[in-house]
Design a protein around this ligand. Structure first.
Ligand SMILES: Nc1ncnc2c1ncn2[C@@H]1O[C@H](COP(=O)(O)OP(=O)(O)OP(=O)(O)O)[C@@H](O)[C@H]1O
Length: 310
């Protein structure tokens, strides 16, 4: 198993108060798997990722990478982990991408030749070959983030930790990063743990999700299973221009509609039924929309995080 996080806890002391940032978190991440760590602001995501990256120590619990505990073993952990936490803090802005790669490659114990070769390959994967010799401060924010990711990958780590990798980026930059992450996971067998508030990014990229709130994981599983639990078969939503009159309600009753408001209702259809039957039945009333009701991660996220106090 690439990453095993076992019952980790972390509290911060703020003046006379203790903030329990992470109460007890358990999860696993396999190679080739992308896990999205989701949670509202202050849920404890960054604290957890920082503990995995060895930047802060848990008060309790264990973190194992490839079966070996990394608690208090910073040097060992360095070898297997690449991380981009809080924007592009792993970059020196006055240096070029190549100089940054050389610097970080040196720290991670990779030869200069290998570092430069790998750095160039990674930059080409982003279409940034022409920027190898510009200083980081001359690059756009999207490019800087891409260079930060290249830097984190310079020593070919098996685990990549990313805090909000696509935050504030335009669609093209965000797409490039997402595509590279997919390639890294599926073709180069890297395990990726990322935090994001962008549910569409999480839905596209993640094999698994862990939803965290108040320092605890409240839901985890394969993304497709989590979504499936929320999608209720052949459920359709019909919205009419005007409210549904009582004689039509009577005719509709055999479909057991669930009314959302006076002009909108949901029905679950069997294999033998089609949405057109309903439309025919309600003629001549004008329909505004009919759509299949399927859950997305945003719905799932809202459900779990708004039920936090139950
Ligand atoms: N260095 C610190 N000192 C004191 N409290 C902290 C520190 N870092 C985080 N916290 C607190 O710990 C809790 C969890 O914070 P954390 O940054 O891990 O959340 P997060 O899920 O990453 O949030 P966001 O989505 O806003 O980045 C919050 O209540 C936060 O205020």
């Amino acid at each position: 198993m690439l990453l095993e996080v076992e019952k980790i806890k972390k509290s911060y002391k703020v003046k006379n108060n203790i903030v329990e940032a992470v109460k007890s978190i358990d999860f696993r991440l396999e190679s080739r798997n992308i896990t999205a760590f989701l949670g509202p602001n202050g849920a404890g995501k960054t604290t957890t990722i920082k503990m995995i990256a060895g930047l802060i120590h848990p008060d309790y619990g264990d973190i194992r990478i490839n079966g070996k505990s990394v608690i208090n073993k910073g040097r060992f952990a360095l070898k297997d982990i690449g991380a981009v936490l809080e924007g592009s803090r792993n970059l020196y802005w006055r240096l070029t991408p190549l100089e940054n790669f050389e610097y970080w490659g040196g720290i991670k114990g990779v030869s200069r030749l290998k570092t430069l070769q790998r750095g160039k390959e990674l930059m080409s994967a982003f279409g940034l070959e022409s920027k190898l010799n510009s200083t980081v401060q001359q690059l756009s924010r999207g490019m800087q983030q891409q260079v930060a990711i290249c830097t984190a990958l310079i020593h070919s780590p098996s685990l990549l930790l990313l805090d909000e990798p696509t935050l504030g980026l335009d669609l093209e930059a965000s797409d490039r990063i997402q595509s590279l992450l997919e390639v890294l996971a599926k073709e180069q067998e890297v395990g990726i743990l990322l935090t994001t508030h962008q549910m569409d990014v999480a839905e596209r990229l993640s094999d698994s999700v862990a939803i965290i709130n108040n320092g605890q994981i409240i839901k985890q599983g394969f993304t497709k299973n989590v979504l499936k639990q929320f999608s209720s078969g052949e459920t359709y939503i019909f919205e009419y221009v005007l409210e549904i009159p009582s004689e039509k309600r009577e005719l509709l009753s055999k479909y057991r509609p669930e009314y959302i408001n006076l002009s909108t209702f949901k029905v679950v259809l069997t294999d033998a039924q089609t949405p057109y039957e309903i439309i025919d039945l309600l003629e001549p009333y004008s329909i505004l929309r009919v759509e299949k009701d399927s859950a997305d991660l945003a719905t799932v996220f809202r459900f779990y995080t708004s039920n936090q106090k139950n």
